[in-house]
Design a protein around this ligand. Structure first.
Ligand SMILES: [Zn+2]
Ligand SMILES: [Zn+2]
Length: 417
């Protein structure tokens, strides 16, 4: 088997790894880059037989539409639904790729390759690692993962019963020089949210990703213990609707203590795609809260929003001091609003005397210690850095490190010889 990392050996995101036998060629992820200095990547000339997407984050699937539409793109069922939902709310076309769903633990074949997806704990749901076998060699791709979210049991199981006899492990290293000790787990975030909203005099806002389901659950649980009501926008309510098609373990808009604020622009989105939303478009009114309703009793509510909600935040700020709980990666606050709508407006609120701006977030990625536990359990013959800004640090932290540079083919047969 030959390996080429097209992108991702020295950066976080934009990941694309090619695995090739003499007859079959596949890609592990085909992400849009997060870094401005990233190398260019045009997937079409690679003429691959299939692409495997580890999870529905842009930095892992963002370039799939540049593929030939016939090329099979494998990903989880829920992951596909979430990608489509993002597009619908951005008023853009859904990807027209040749999608092939897989499910956890169920092995499938692509030409010479045998692939087994392992569900992992990450800030995106429906996230997978892959065991890929071909020509007597076994490769394990970690994808993005962690050991401290609400699905940490998946990490524990993997450590107890790791895939055996791995020749090469691609190991993500997002957290290599990042600290997660302020909020080591989702439970710590939930506790902080509860403390902040318990005695609020005005509405609190929590800024996070609607697809970070762990965080939504934390916000909901914080509302239960403080007797507050969680307010979602239509998009977030729809994400929970999609979740409920695969699991009954997460709250949705029909639950107590959840209300949906139906802004006009999202209402128009729903109206324009009535068939897509089905009965949800009617049921959402049963859970509705109006702006007047929110403004009459603001201290009753926690609003789960995004950077783009800065105008709503300003409206409540005019009524008195508010809590703004910033609950995602702090790096986004340095973005321009052109790259991340609302980023500059939210960043400016840090110095606003009317705003109690508090950071409460735990990473979607494993800490160094957990990465080391993971690497020891898998015990690969070669460990290759991926999804990291600090590939050079790996040799100091892990055994059997082999660095593969972007664009340089690597012969997998050399590992055992
Ligand atoms: Zn990533
Ligand atoms: Zn990710």
């Amino acid at each position: 088997m030959k390996i080429t990392i097209h992108r991702g050996s020295k950066e976080i995101g934009g990941t694309c790894i090619e695995l090739a036998t003499s007859r079959t060629k596949i890609l592990l992820d085909l992400g849009a880059p997060l870094s401005e200095n990233s190398r260019n990547l045009d997937p079409k000339p690679l003429k691959v037989d299939a692409v495997l997407i580890s999870h529905p984050h842009q930095d892992h699937y963002g370039l799939i539409e540049q593929l030939d539409e016939k090329t099979p793109v494998y990903l989880g069922v829920l992951g596909k639904s979430l990608i489509d939902a993002t597009r619908i709310f951005l008023k853009r076309e859904v990807p027209a790729n040749n999608f092939k769903p897989f499910t956890r633990g169920n092995t499938f074949m692509v030409g010479d390759f045998t692939i087994t997806p392992y569900l992992v704990d990450h800030s995106a749901v429906d996230a997978y690692a892959f065991l890929v076998e071909a020509e007597g060699q076994r490769i394990f791709y970690s994808g993005d993962f962690r050991a401290h979210g609400r699905k940490s049991v998946l990490f524990d199981r993997m450590i107890k019963n790791p895939p055996a006899d791995i020749d090469l492990l691609f190991l993500e290293g997002t957290m290599l020089r990042r600290d997660n000790s302020e909020f080591p787990s989702e439970a710590h975030v939930q506790k902080k949210i509860s403390e902040l909203i318990r005695d609020q005099q005005n509405m609190s806002f929590l800024i996070s990703s609607s697809q970070n389901i762990d965080r939504l659950v934390s916000a909901y649980k914080a509302c239960i213990v403080t007797e507050k009501i969680l307010v979602l926008d239509i998009y977030t309510a729809w994400v929970l609707e999609l979740m409920n098609q695969v699991t009954r373990n997460v709250p949705d808009m029909s639950w107590d203590l959840i209300k949906v604020y139906t802004s006009n622009s999202q209402y128009q989105t729903m109206k324009a795609s009535r068939e897509y939303f089905g009965s949800f478009a009617n049921r959402v009114w049963d859970s509705r809260v109006t702006m007047d309703g929110l403004q009459n009793r603001p201290a009753d509510y926690l609003f789960f929003g995004k950077m783009s909600h800065f105008k709503t935040i300003s409206r409540f700020k005019a009524q008195g001091g508010i809590n703004l709980i910033y609950s995602q990666w702090q790096g986004y606050l340095k973005y321009s609003s052109k790259d991340y709508f609302g980023a500059e407006e939210i960043a400016a609120l840090k110095d606003d005397p009317q705003v109690d701006f508090t950071y409460a977030h735990t990473s979607g990625h494993a800490t160094l210690e957990d990465l080391q536990t993971f690497a020891r359990a898998i015990n690969p013959r070669a460990l290759v850095p991926i999804h990291t800004e600090f590939a050079d640090d790996y040799t100091g932290h892990f055994e059997n490190v082999v660095s593969i540079e972007d664009g340089k083919p690597y012969d997998c047969y050399s590992i055992r010889s």
